[in-house]
Design a protein around this ligand. Structure first.
Ligand code: SAH
Length: 261
């Protein structure tokens, strides 16, 4: 079956990864290159600038996702449209809302979802291997999910001791959710549990990383913001050192139970 990128019209929802061309998939580059219209908000479009020449570019703003989805669907009836989304389009990204609006519209247009490197993978890659086995991902944004529901989820995942990746950990509008999440973690995990705070993972600007522990997190509290992904290790995670240097976090997958190395 031909993908929408090869058809005369249709809609592609493209995950562009952390925002650097070399971390985009070949498919994402190809679909963007073939599109007539590119839709996205400024922070996602700016790193793509060299790819946008000769295209109709529609810049949208944060919080206008439904409007953006409707516009993209309208245009995709007769053009090739790529709607870009940071990281993976399906992880707190545009894919879900676009599909919901499309379903509601009843329009029968070809759709392709192009996956991208999500923040959990980008952040994990710069601090070792904290997510080697089972892990979970929770967003602390209560704009679309009630805080009580977020708290129930946090409690559940911390209680089973797997690493937890926090998206949208802190913003000026809701500075307290991060403290609430740490409170839930402390009910179940040791103070020595490693935590990675990764800002701007794999972005052009360069990333900042801090490795700390659940007991010491208050000392680096202010570094956590909306450009940050926080990885809280699980019950088996440990600090990874090379010589004297703290390099990151390792969560053993379990090979040591079976092999000698
Ligand atoms: N669809 C995106 C996530 C959007 S939610 C993805 O798959 O990555 C926005 C949150 O993602 C931010 O608040 C931050 O927690 C995280 N994030 C996105 N890009 C990041 C990056 N390069 N470095 C660190 N965190 C990032």
């Amino acid at each position: 079956m031909p993908l929408p990128g090869e058809l005369p019209h249709g809609l592609a929802i493209v995950g562009i990864g952390p925002g650097r061309r070399e971390y985009m998939t070949g498919r994402a580059l190809k679909v963007i290159a073939g599109a007539d219209y590119i839709i996205g908000n400024d922070s996602y479009l700016d790193p793509l600038e060299p790819l946008l020449t000769g295209k109709q570019v529609i810049r949208s703003s944060m919080g206008k996702e439904v409007e953006r989805a409707k516009k993209a669907i309208e245009l995709a009836r007769s053009h090739k449209v790529a709607i870009v989304s940071g990281g993976d389009a399906g992880v707190y990204g545009m894919a879900g809302i676009v599909l919901e609006v499309l379903e509601h519209s009843g329009a029968d247009i070809p759709v392709e979802i192009v996956p991208g490197v999500t923040a959990a993978n980008a952040a994990a890659s710069v601090v070792g291997s904290p997510l080697s086995g089972d892990f979970s991902v929770i967003s602390l944004s209560d704009l679309l999910t009630p805080l009580e529901q977020i708290e129930r989820r946090l409690d559940a995942v911390f209680s089973i001791g797997i690493p937890v990746v926090l998206y949208n950990p802190k913003s000026q509008g809701r500075p307290h959710n991060f403290a609430i999440a740490i409170g839930h973690a402390r009910k179940y995990l040791a103070v020595t549990t490693p935590i990675a705070i990764v800002k701007n993972a794999l972005r052009e600007s360069g990333n900042d990383t801090i490795i700390t522990t659940l007991g010491d997190i208050e000392t680096v509290w202010d570094t956590v913001d909306m450009h940050t992904t926080v990885i809280i290790g699980g019950s088996e995670s440990r600090i990874w050192r090379q010589g004297e240097h703290v390099k990151g976090i390792i969560t053993p997958r379990g090979y040591h139970h079976k092999y000698v190395y």
